[in-house]
Structures are given as C-alpha cells and as structure tokens.
Design a binder for this molecule. Structure first.
Ligand code: SAH
Length: 224
C-alpha cells in the first residue's frame, strides 16, 4: 500500500517511537496509528502534527505534549480494556483519544464505560469536544469542565490516572480516588522548567511513588 501525506508521517512517527523503544506494545502502536493527530492540533501548526515536539494550544499558553512523552506515559500505565480511566488536562483531546483506542479499539464491540478527562479551561473543553466528535470518539470520551486536582469522585475509583500538567506534589484527591492495584502517572515539582515524572501505585492503603524521568510540563492550574 502506498501512503501519502499525514498517513505516511504518522506511520514514520510510530516507527521512530518504536525504534527508540518508547512504543513497545502492539496495542499502543495500533492506537497511535489509528488517531489522526493532525485533527487535534490547531490549524496554524497542523504541518507539524507529526514532529516529536510539544505544540501550542492556540493562545491559551498550554501545549499538547510531544508524542514521545505521551507514548511513554501510555506504556507506563499498561491500560487494559476493563480499566476505569481518568485524565487530568484534556487540552486537545488527543491523549484521551489515544487512551480510548488502547482500551476499546472497536466501537462496535460495545462500550462498557467512557474515558473521563477533566479540563480547567472552557475554551479547551470545547476544542477537545469538537476534535473528539469529528474523529468519532464523543461516545467513548467524557470531557468535563473542572479542576482536575479534585479528581472526579462520582466516577471513582480509577484503575488508571494520567495527569497531563505538573503539580507541586501529588494531589491527595487523586490518590484517594485511585483503585486498589491502580496506577497514576504524574509530573511532579514546583519548577516550571523541570519536573519529575512519577509513577504512583496503590496497594490497599499503601501508596508508593517512584521516579521515572525528568520532564517539562505546563503547571496544573489552581484558579478555578
Ligand atoms: N493531554 C492534552 C495536553 C495537556 S496540556 C492533549 O493531549 O492535548 C495540559 C492541560 O491541562 C491544559 O489543557 C490545561 O488547561 C489543563 N489544566 C491545567 N490545570 C488544570 C487543572 N487544575 N484541572 C484540569 N485541567 C488543567
């Protein structure tokens, strides 16, 4: 098959992320190949949709994470079909779409539950919703306006939580809403230039927090 344009760029990006050992599972590979990233990035940066770099989300001061960062977080979460998943920081909706595709690749197979994603900026709530709807994910992803640091108690407990903005420390509501055996990936640290990606696990009442790598994320806002 001959690929052209965005399809070819998407396929190249996925091969690159595999060659770096960042995409390791077949499910993540399929998900990244299935989602048209160009549909989630603002029009003015569409030609860079498949560069492995963060991209600005209009004039909100927010950015969509680089694909390698997202792939790293997705592989660390080891998402399974039955998982109840929460994302904090919907942004463009791209990460939520990729996670949805990992846990339920076929919409016709029946939807048992949605991926929940919370976003604090109303403009980005609309942006994420529009993008997800255009790409056929609106019935599998729930975009909620709110402060993600508070989690989403009514839908908890969560087997997996992905936090897409950096907190000074892990917000307690999020660990409280993590299911027994659950996992969260979260950038932690007060500096805006460098934080640490942490893997947080709950086993009964015991919470463990493990350093994974140094990262740079936009800060988790606390101003709703
Ligand atoms: N995952 C997104 C990118 C996330 S960028 C994507 O795939 O496009 C970080 C996002 O977190 C921004 O959209 C920002 O508005 C949002 N954010 C920041 N603080 C937040 C908070 N307290 N609660 C929910 N969302 C927040």
């Amino acid at each position: 098959m001959r690929l052209t344009g965005y399809d070819e760029q998407r396929s190249r990006l996925v091969s690159y992320l595999k060659s770096l050992g960042i995409i390791t599972s077949e499910r993540a590979e399929r998900a990244f190949l299935a989602i048209p990233r160009e549909e989630f990035v603002p029009e003015e940066v569409r030609d860079q949709a498949y560069a492995d770099t963060p991209l600005p989300l209009m004039n909100t001061g927010q950015t969509i994470s680089a694909p390698s960062m997202l792939a790293y977080m997705i592989e660390a979460l080891d998402l399974q079909a039955h998982h109840n998943v929460l994302e904090v920081g919907a942004g463009s909706g791209y990460a939520a779409a990729v996670m949805t595709e990992v846990i339920s690749p076929s919409p016709s197979a029946g939807i048992s539950h949605k991926v929940h994603t919370i976003e604090i900026d109303p403009r980005l709530v609309s942006f994420a919703k529009d993008n997800l709807q255009r790409c056929g994910y609106s019935d599998r992803v729930d975009v909620i306006l709110g402060d993600g640091a508070l989690g989403l108690p009514e839908e908890s407990p969560f087997d997996r939580i992905m936090v897409s903005a950096a907190a000074a420390s892990v917000p307690k509501p999020l660990t409280d809403q993590l299911a027994d055996g659950g996992t969260m990936v979260i950038p932690v640290g007060g500096s805006s230039w460098s934080q640490e990606l942490h893997l947080v696990r709950r086993s009964g009442n015991k919470i463990t927090e493990k350093y994974m790598m140094d990262v740079v994320f936009v800060p988790l806002r606390e101003d709703l």
